[in-house]
Design a protein around this ligand. Structure first.
Ligand SMILES: CC(C)(COP(=O)(O)OP(=O)(O)OC[C@H]1O[C@@H](n2cnc3c(N)ncnc32)[C@H](O)[C@@H]1OP(=O)(O)O)[C@@H](O)C(=O)NCCC(=O)NCCS
Length: 394
């Protein structure tokens, strides 16, 4: 088999397309590293503000740097009124990911540094996007419910402020911290589908907002960022622990997918799922509602057993599996789960776009341009004889 044949029709699994300094996913060992730091340590001991600084600037911030970064994020939380006016004209049933994907290029037109392609200008754009996407997502939920957007609260963290802008009341500190952990865990994951889409667009010299908008399209898909919302749909459909066994057997027996289970890279438990299982348990302890966690744990057990029986392979929960119950317990609407993923991923994604634009890992040809073998037969690989419209069969 020649090299081209080996890399073809495998969905780029295991194919290295570039170097990156931003993160590393060790699928065999279940380790995720952001800029040299283990995500489990970051989730335990840092904040989303620290992690977003780390991802963009390539080192953990000192106290003064963190203060400045926080202040910049807070200062950029505001969204031009014209953006809200546009959102108010959108159909109320529009999916929040579609709204986000539409609004991001609109935000571009308000960015004073849009066409300035220096590294510093792109860092400014990254900070703006990290700050404003959170405000846009919260505002859309208000607007579609005939409520006015809640202005950001500069006293609150990025995590706490999002929940505040969504509900209009500040979250309790434990919930704000648990949400902060969710943001840390979703911040970055190497060359996943949406990040690669963003880098691919950035490689054409398109600007940051165009690259991010493309990535949002990729993130919306149900086997990528859309999976967390699909997990919740499954939990609601199953409804009680007693129905898990039959539901999963039926799903897998028919060749269907159990959302939130399996991963393209991890061959053991996704470390983010381990942390989120713990967050779930903590939230149950605080709020007393065991229902969703119990159903999730039963799904995990049954899927593992059934998968082994049917395919002779192991399967493990991924980041989306327990995040669904966590967001649901926080009162976040199901169709906002993927936009919440986007709020967090804005940090890793913009870091990747900057790395791509400035070839910060290793030089490579600027433009991504894969190839494909033409397998259409028609009149053979050479061109067909063109028949004018009037002479063709109707
Ligand atoms: C993420 C995902 C696309 C990875 O797929 P992949 O790279 O093909 O993963 P694998 O190579 O380990 O899959 C091996 C087999 O298990 C199946 N499989 C993987 N995840 C599965 C799941 N959640 N439910 C049922 N079957 C699954 C695959 O279809 C494949 O079947 P096949 O051998 O008959 O073709 C897949 O696991 C999936 O769709 N999971 C559910 C969606 C999800 O949670 N996505 C979020 C990922 S973070």
């Amino acid at each position: 088999m020649n090299e081209a044949a080996e890399t073809k029709n495998i969905g780029l699994r295991g194919i290295k397309v570039a170097d990156t300094r931003i993160s590393d996913v060790n699928g065999e060992k279940g380790i995720l590293i952001y800029r040299g730091y283990n995500v489990v340590d970051l989730a335990r001991s840092s904040t989303f503000e620290e992690v977003s600084f780390l991802l963009i600037h390539d080192h953990l911030p000192g106290k003064k740097e963190l203060e400045k970064h926080r202040a910049e994020l807070v200062a950029e939380r505001g969204v031009p009124e014209a953006v809200f006016e546009l959102m108010k004209k959108m159909p109320k049933l529009a999916h929040p990911m579609d709204v986000l994907q539409a609004v991001i290029p609109f935000l571009a037109s308000f960015d004073p540094h849009l066409h300035m392609e220096t590294r510093e200008a792109n860092i400014k754009k990254a900070i703006r996007l990290i700050a404003k996407v959170s405000s846009v997502v919260a505002a859309w939920d208000r607007i579609r419910n005939d409520l006015e957007p809640v202005p950001p609260n500069p006293e609150l963290s990025h995590a706490g402020n999002f929940l505040y802008m969504l509900r209009g009341t500040p979250p309790d500190p434990e919930t704000a911290r648990d949400f902060d952990i969710c943001l840390i865990l979703h911040a970055e994951h190497s060359f996943n589908a949406s990040t690669f889409a963003g880098r691919e667009v950035a490689s054409t010299h398109a600007h940051m907002y165009a690259s991010v908008a493309a990535a949002m399209g990729a993130l919306s898909g149900e086997i990528h960022g859309g999976a967390n919302s699909e997990v919740m749909k499954m939990l609601l459909e199953i409804g009680e622990v007693g129905r898990v066994g039959a539901w999963i057997s039926d799903k897998l027996g028919k060749g269907g997918k159990v959302m939130g289970m399996g991963h393209a890279v991890y061959r053991t438990e996704d470390p983010r799922a381990t942390v989120l299982r713990g967050v779930c348990d903590r939230m149950v302890h605080r709020f007393g509602d065991r229902r969703w966690v119990d159903i999730s744990k039963a799904i995990e057990t049954v899927t593992k057993e059934e998968f082994k029986r049917l395919k002779g392979k192991e399967i493990y929960p991924n980041v989306d599996f327990y995040s669904a119950s966590v967001y649901h317990m926080m009162g976040i609407p199901r169709d906002l789960f993927t936009p919440v993923f986007a709020i967090s991923r804005m940090s890793g994604l913009t870091a990747h776009i900057i790395e791509e634009k400035f070839a910060e890992a290793q030089p490579k040809p600027e433009l991504y341009r894969p190839d494909a073998d033409y397998v259409g037969t028609y009149c053979g690989p050479e061109a067909c004889e063109f028949v004018p419209l009037d002479e063709r069969k109707p």
